[in-house]
Design a protein around this ligand. Structure first.
Ligand SMILES: [Zn+2]
Length: 95
């Protein structure tokens, strides 16, 4: 990666061309899928155990969700590019 989400044109170590990766919306979709499925049951558990004020529950889980999404997004994007490389998709086949 070059910055937070920009994929480098080529690998700094082995010069593998990466400019033809096509992660598109996939990483965002999987990030929401994973974070949502982890936090939705947790939200129910917290609500049943502690009955917090709805505003506290909303703000608290929003902060946790945003933090989790920001942490997961670049890692899942890297996994997408790695999967495309491993499957020889989108121009990774040549050479
Ligand atoms: Zn490399």
């Amino acid at each position: 990666m070059n910055g937070y989400l920009k994929v480098r044109d080529e690998c700094a170590v082995c010069a593998q061309e990466l400019h033809h990766q096509r992660a598109d919306d996939g990483p965002a979709y999987v990030t929401i899928l994973v974070a949502g499925h982890l936090l939705a049951p947790l939200m129910l558990i917290v609500f049943e155990l502690y009955r917090p004020d709805p505003l506290v529950l909303t703000v608290g889980f929003s902060i946790v969700f945003i933090a989790m999404a920001l942490y997961l997004l670049p890692r899942i994007k890297g996994a997408f590019v790695g999967l495309q490389w491993a499957k020889r998709m989108h121009g990774f086949a040549k050479v």
